[in-house]
Design a protein around this ligand. Structure first.
Ligand code: SUG
Length: 441
């Protein structure tokens, strides 16, 4: 088959004006540690926007997704809080502040969890397949699903090119956290990719289980997605996360591994049987590409799992710009000796850039968590809703809205302040307008 030139789009979602540290994600050490500390919504949104600009400056196509409107009044109503918006908030604040926090989370900003996407080159029907993740393992994250689905449908609207599947059933057998546990590896001269799906649990009773923290991805969900997306068995590898790693705070695969093109960087303790996974990847890569992958293990002696979790070394975003491989790392990697040394020792990378993302990092989201990769042909790219494509005028406009309406800091008590809620609503509306998506609100 002739190779088709593909563009790798990155879609990032802006943080919401209600961005806070709710300590909502059990098993995500950063989220638990940051609980109830003062958040900085304006900084969070601007840090994310600046990362998008960095990618744009590197010449890469970048999409901007809008924040989800929060607090989610409908979710609070569904939980029995009634009345006007301010009554709903006051009642929730008094009776169940933890629910108010869940219904106000800015968690849609971690776009890597929004969906799993298969490019048209890899699917048997040559269409792009999109399945939004059900994010059913955490209530605050499950609230993202309906709007993420709507946004994906509105942006990739051409039915001849894009197939939108509904999220899988929101049941524990099908817990799905999207692309954070899925990596597509490929070679420049190959038309197909090799898909690595990493799960934390399955219905197989013989598998070892994490003891301390929950596994958030099931194999059953990934098997269903690979069937729905019409992937051939020859292009799919399933791997079980190391349960011990989950118990150390590795709640997604992108906390211990990073893939880009034919490169796969991973921690040697990432999987229940790392060697077997790597052998299967190489075997399938050789058949598909006629060439082996570049597998780069990081040894536990060089970086204990705990440091991988603290530094988010593996959550770096790897991109190719002008034939150079660039690794975009969180600035925290500079401060943690093992991460710093590992970065210095990486021969597979031409350049390392550091980005400040501490507002996202404090909730367990590094550079790679903030983006969803979307491999498209140039014809497919032209067909999408162009209002969300990064440009300098759009960047300026969004920056202006964020600076005008987002609060510098946010405390739980601020939810009782009507003017904060009004500003949050106005900011959200103006962002949707800037992206030409206001009809979705
Ligand atoms: O689902 N944090 C997110 C972080 C997601 C990171 N994504 C990837 N690894 N791809 C989560 O655990 C914390 C919210 C809070 O505590 O307020 C949170 O949801």
């Amino acid at each position: 088959m002739k190779a088709v030139a593909m563009l790798e789009l990155n879609a990032d979602c802006l943080a919401a004006p209600t961005h806070h540290f709710g300590g909502l994600a059990f098993g995500n050490v950063a989220s638990l540690t940051s609980k109830a500390t003062l958040s900085h919504p304006k900084k969070a949104a601007l840090q994310g926007l600046e990362k998008m600009k960095l990618l744009f400056d590197l010449g890469l196509p970048q999409l901007i997704f809008p924040p989800h409107p929060k607090p989610c009044y409908q979710a609070l109503k569904n939980l029995g809080f009634e009345g006007s918006k301010s009554t709903i908030i006051t009642q929730a604040y008094k009776k169940a502040p933890e629910l108010l926090l869940m219904c106000s989370s800015s968690s849609a900003m971690w776009m890597a969890n929004a969906a799993t996407i298969t490019p048209s080159t890899d699917s048997c029907d040559q269409k792009v397949h999109i399945t939004p993740a059900n994010l059913a393992s955490n209530f605050h994250r499950s609230l993202e699903v309906p709007l993420s689905q709507k946004l994906l449908r509105a942006i990739f609207f051409d039915e001849k090119k894009f197939i939108h599947h509904p999220p899988l059933a929101a049941a524990s057998e099908f817990f799905d956290e999207g692309a954070a546990n899925h990596t597509r590896l490929w070679q420049k001269k190959s038309s197909q990719g090799l898909h690595l799906f990493v799960f934390g649990k399955s219905q197989n009773k013989k598998e070892k289980k994490a003891k301390k923290y929950p596994a958030r991805q099931t194999k059953e969900a990934q098997s269903a997605i690979s069937r729905l997306h019409l992937l051939d068995e020859a292009e799919v590898v399933f791997a079980q996360q190391n349960p011990h790693a989950i118990d150390q705070g590795v709640f997604h695969n992108d906390v211990v591994a990073s893939g880009h093109e034919n490169l796969y960087l991973f921690h040697e303790d990432a999987y229940a049987n790392t060697q077997k996974v790597m052998e299967e990847l190489q075997k399938k890569a050789l058949k598909l590409f006629g060439k082996e992958l570049m597998l780069v293990p990081i040894k536990r002696d060089d970086m204990p799992l705990q440091d991988a979790v603290r530094s988010y070394f593996f959550n770096s975003q790897i991109v190719t710009s002008n034939t150079k491989r660039i690794l975009i790392a969180p600035i925290e990697c500079k401060k943690i000796k093992t991460a710093k040394n590992c970065l210095e020792g990486l021969n597979c990378i031409d350049k390392v850039l550091f980005v400040p993302l501490n507002e996202s990092m404090k909730n367990g989201g590094g550079p790679a968590c903030l983006r969803l990769r979307i491999p498209l042909t140039s014809v497919e790219f032209k067909s999408i809703h162009q209002g969300v494509v990064f440009s300098m005028p759009l960047y300026e406009k969004l920056k202006q809205i964020i600076e005008k309406y987002y609060p510098d800091t946010l405390h739980l008590d601020d939810f009782l302040d009507g003017s904060f809620l009004q500003s949050a609503e106005t900011a959200t509306y103006e962002i949707y307008q800037a992206l030409k998506l206001e009809h979705l609100l």
